[in-house]
Design a protein around this ligand. Structure first.
Ligand SMILES: [Zn+2]
Length: 217
């Protein structure tokens, strides 16, 4: 594996992925810059390593999964404890476009950069908040899959099982995106840092307004 240290992150990739890696490095570093300025983040102590995994075996190892817990939809991972993030090389992912995979890079970088706001492991935080911001910033919202008459509430999405069963990624992206659109980056920053609560900004009809703000009628 080749190792390159950049401004915000250390990158690790196999020679066979050299071309695609230079694209990923650029996207990851630019995303990090954007997050830092939008949410006034400081740099983290100690750089995280982003591994572009040449095969599934490497992905399982780097993401801390096992043969049993790994599932084929998993293509990216961010791990605070290990100071690492990884994505599967787009070269070997056949069911997603390169653009989709570059969004996964932005998603995982968002998880990591925001660690600067809260000392907690994101796994122990509100799933609606942590996944929602990563989905929103990575532009992984699909408005045509939202339903304005039958939707999960912000609170319900804090339940992990419920989250997975109710298109939680898409809806949490919408709800957190709306928080930023309506109340600004500062509001999000405070909620993520837990100096304020998401509840403080919710009202009857919040979810509907959020869905509408993404063009759904
Ligand atoms: Zn995520």
């Amino acid at each position: 594996m080749t190792i390159e240290e950049h401004n915000h992150l250390i990158f690790e990739y196999d020679e066979v992925d050299k071309d695609i890696s230079s694209m990923i490095i650029q996207i990851a570093e630019d995303m990090y810059d954007r997050l830092m300025s939008q949410f006034e983040l400081s740099d983290l102590e100690g750089k995280y390593t982003l591994t572009i995994c040449p095969d599934i075996k490497t992905f399982i190892e780097k993401s801390g999964k096992s043969e049993e817990t790994y599932q084929s939809w998993m293509v990216g991972n961010a791990n605070r404890k290990n100071h690492s993030l990884c994505i599967l090389s787009p070269r070997i992912v056949s069911d997603r476009s390169l653009d989709d995979m570059l969004r996964v890079v932005k998603h995982e970088v968002t998880h990591i950069a925001l660690n600067a706001l809260n000392p907690k492991d994101p796994d122990d935080m509100s799933m609606c908040l942590t996944e929602g911001i990563a989905v929103y910033m990575a532009e992984q919202i699909y408005p045509n899959q939202l339903d304005i008459t039958d939707y999960p509430s912000v609170k319900e999405l804090d339940n992990e099982e419920f989250f997975y069963e109710h298109d939680g990624y898409n809806y949490s992206g919408v709800y957190v995106g709306f928080l930023i659109r309506k109340y600004g980056a500062k509001a999000f920053r405070n909620v993520y840092a837990e100096t304020e609560h998401f509840d403080d900004y919710l009202y009857d009809g919040y979810e509907i307004d959020a869905i509408k703000s993404f063009g759904v009628r």
